[in-house]
Write a new protein. Structure first.
Length: 436
């Protein structure tokens, strides 16, 4: 039960921070996390958001490769026999799925084709949740027996679970995109959308966790499917989860690749600002090479350079995800594949990623943007921005006391959410490291 309480607290904080991202998008009239950061905190620190998204996405993608190997091998062992090559060769399963599924989908410029597979993946998740809940209702231990399990016992592992809970609610880097695609993105609709989505997510997580603990009590494992034997229904669930993760991979990869390209472009721009590089670029020899047989323009990249680094800095206003660099895509997919086949257990890595990157993306960064947005409005008193949400249709040139109070409460909410994220980050990371 303490775990469910923590899950509820993190769910409320995550829903609030998700709502904050939409509020900032309304206020600043932007449609991407990067543009929002540039408007609120300036482009000089935009690398923070790219580094965070890249590291969070990179670790998630590596974990996906590992889980694909686990799920497919486990399911083939029961479906085809323990001696079948697909049941014994984890690397073979990972290789086939990587080159036949993950790489082609990651190279696609239009992810709309994943709409159908996403629905199938959602169906697999619903199947697994209902399977565990049904088994818990039909086969849970006799309640009259003495299991020795205390539902109110507080354990240090509850802090470690913070990492998993935070990671479970992370979807914040897609919030501006989702907000921009709403047909009529009013304040009330955005609030209702966030409330409904996070309420459903919490209920699903809570019921699934409760079913697992009631069915297996203290013997429940981190992956509850590992508690079951090689039944056909369980093997289908293993296989379905593997393919569900495979079709989720390109969605996470898209934002990871864009962050990597942004960091590469930023590093190249900063390198060109160095005095020694500036001197070399302006030297007569380099100018002669530029005009001569090299034929490479610094402003217009060749196709090979675009394939490696993406669009040139002059075209950064265009949506990078619409022009994915093929070489960059292949390199990133292969690197995640190599890391995935080298790791057999990413439990600690995943927990650390959740405690650090999850808290940053889910709580710290959104609250930071929200706090500064509300602070700017409060300092200005007259925002000059169209229809700020907290103004609630404020009319006239003089802000009312109620408007100032709402902005003050908004600053407090942003500060509390950010502080909670930092505390969860510190406590979760410390507990995980101490248990190594």
């Amino acid at each position: 039960l303490p775990g469910l309480v923590i899950l509820g607290v993190i769910g409320v904080l995550s829903a609030g921070s998700y709502w904050m991202v939409g509020y900032c998008c309304i206020t600043w009239e932007v449609k991407s996390f990067r543009d929002l950061w540039n408007r609120v905190l300036g482009p000089g620190s935009a690398w923070v958001i790219d580094v965070t998204i890249f590291l969070n996405g990179w670790i998630t993608l590596v974990c996906y490769i590992v889980l694909i190997g686990d799920f497919t091998t486990k399911s083939f062992e029961g479906l085809l026999g323990p001696d079948h090559v697909l049941a014994t060769s984890r690397v073979l399963n990972q290789s086939v799925i990587t080159f036949a599924v993950l790489l082609p989908l990651s190279l696609a410029t239009d992810l709309k084709r994943l709409a159908f597979t996403s629905i199938l993946g959602l169906g697999v998740l619903v199947y697994v949740v209902l399977l565990v809940i049904r088994d818990s209702l039909l086969n849970r231990p006799d309640s009259s027996g003495s299991s020795g399990m205390s539902l109110w016992e507080w354990r240090i592992g509850a802090f470690e679970a913070i990492a998993l809970y935070t990671h479970a609610f992370v979807a914040h880097y897609n919030a501006p995109k989702i907000f921009s695609e709403l047909s009529n993105p009013t304040h009330a609709r955005w609030t209702a959308l966030v409330a409904i989505a996070y309420t459903i997510a919490f209920l699903v997580y809570a019921n699934f966790a409760w079913a697992g603990i009631c069915r297996f009590e203290d013997s429940v494992k981190g992956n509850v499917l590992r508690n079951y034997g090689p039944r056909f229904s369980i093997l289908v669930a293993w296989l379905g989860m593997g393919f569900s993760i495979a079709f989720t991979y390109p969605l996470v990869f898209n934002s990871t690749r864009e962050a990597a390209i942004n960091l590469t472009l930023m590093a190249k721009t900063n390198m060109r600002r160095l005095p020694i590089v500036t001197y070399m670029l302006k030297s007569p020899k380099f100018q002669k090479l530029q005009r001569g047989h090299v034929g490479t323009s610094l402003k217009n990249r060749t196709k090979s350079l675009v394939g490696l680094l993406g669009p040139s800095p002059d075209t950064t206003e265009k949506k990078m995800s619409a022009k994915p660099g093929k070489k960059a895509t292949v390199v990133l997919v292969l690197l995640t594949f190599l890391m995935g086949i080298l790791c057999e257990d990413v439990g600690v890595v995943n927990a650390l990623a959740g405690s650090v990157m999850g808290c940053m993306v889910c709580l710290v960064l959104p609250s930071l943007l929200f706090f500064h947005t509300a602070r700017i409005q409060l300092q200005a008193c007259q925002t000059g921005l169209e229809e700020p949400l907290l103004a609630n249709g404020l009319e006239g040139s003089v802000p009312t006391a109620a408007y100032r109070l709402r902005l003050q409460l908004a600053c407090v909410a942003g500060a509390v959410t950010g502080l909670a994220g930092v505390c969860f980050l510190a406590i979760g990371t410390a507990v995980i490291l101490l248990r190594l």
